[in-house]
Design a protein. Structure first.
Length: 69
């Protein structure tokens, strides 16, 4: 008879963790770019992601009408 070891990690709960910043799951992307363009590309991507985040925040309701009841 095989005895399974007890897992020492926490459980997974629905709704646990921080809220989505862009309204959906995120992924990491890795690709090669010219070293001389690194800072310019970082600025372009940051500006675009800030725009996406702000659009999501504006359509997301901050509190429901039944908040705290």
């Amino acid at each position: 008879m095989e005895i399974k070891a007890k897992e020492n990690r926490g459980g997974k709960r629905n709704g646990a963790g921080p809220p989505f910043k862009y309204g959906e799951k995120t992924i990491n992307i890795t690709f090669r770019i010219p070293a001389s363009h690194k800072e310019a590309i970082k600025v372009i991507l940051k500006d675009y992601l800030d725009k996406v985040s702000n659009e999501y925040k504006s359509i997301k309701s901050s509190k429901s009408e039944h908040y705290g009841c």
